[in-house]
Design a protein around this ligand. Sequence first.
Ligand SMILES: [Zn+2]
Length: 384
Amino acid sequence: MDTKKTRILVVDDDELLRSLSFDILSEEYEVMEAFDGQDAWEKAQSWKPALVVTDLMMPRMHGLELCSLLKGPKGIPGIKIIVTSSKSYDADMEQAKKAGADCYIVKSSDTGKLLSGVRKLLSERDVSIAPQDIFSSKKADLFKPVFQFSNTRQPEAEGLKVRFWGTRGSCPCPGANTVRYGGNTACIEVRAGKLLIILECGTGIRELGARLMKEFDGNPIEGHIFVGHTHWDHIQGFPFFVPLYSSKNSFNIYSVRGAHGSFQSIFSGSMASDYFPIPLGGMNGKINFVEMSGPMDIGGARVSYRHLNHPGLCIGFRIETRGKVITYIGDHEVFSRLSGDNEISRHQDAEILDFARGSDILIREAQYTEEEYAKKKGMGAQHF
Ligand SMILES: [Zn+2]
């Protein structure tokens, strides 16, 4: 076979990592570059590559959605897909496989691994997912602590207020030991004048809802809820957010598309009759689910997002309003702590730092002590 004519589409929003893949593969194959999932989907339909090598965490369209499209009814018959990601969690491998990936390779500066993976995949008819450099340990502890915030004060800057209604990860933990920061799971209120932004729908949102009902006293409430990811501790307060039940109130709810379907379907699934007495459709408020594909401009604020290093899809938010910047990086394991100190992990960590650069307030977890982190490595959370 003349491999020089075999077409490979390399997809990565990171120019450095994309060019590393391009350079190594273009010696043997015809290679085209795409800047993110959306760009790749458009190029793949006309160029029809035999193989797509794609990153997972990208703006506009993430790699899982791209996999689903390429292998779906409108996709390209026979196409092979390699997912390359800095994320080494079992959950991401499983999601990639379910979305249609043929192989999953953890990014490293050793590009020879990618080349050998490509050669193998293109020479075999059926290659089941063949992870390389993956942490294979199973995570039995479903109730992992995720994060807690270290500050419950309300910083104020030119009409800007931030209030923490829930600071815990995993599950609510009321009791004498959690009085200082409260026992509710993640929920943060950001006010910029009349603009209401809520980060996460953990159980803290229930008390926020009660406060809003009292404050607005029957007048319409409009709000924007941003959800970093849909693990329980970030959505379990949603059905208890009372303002959603009044037809006077309007809420936009933002995140990225789910790994295997719409973002809205995750919420409606969590309120199915087996789990909750009232379905999503039984909430009378005007609820609009928005799948983000780039920054959102809402009422004088710009909210952008970036994918984080956490099992499954997970994003952080950067809110720019009134000349101030608030960055929320909830669940994120520093790449170089998880994968070791190397060129790729340093580069990925620098990207996260850039995302948070210039923040007036950086909201970050501080879950583990150094000793605890040694035992909890690979669970998607961070040490002090
Ligand atoms: Zn999580």
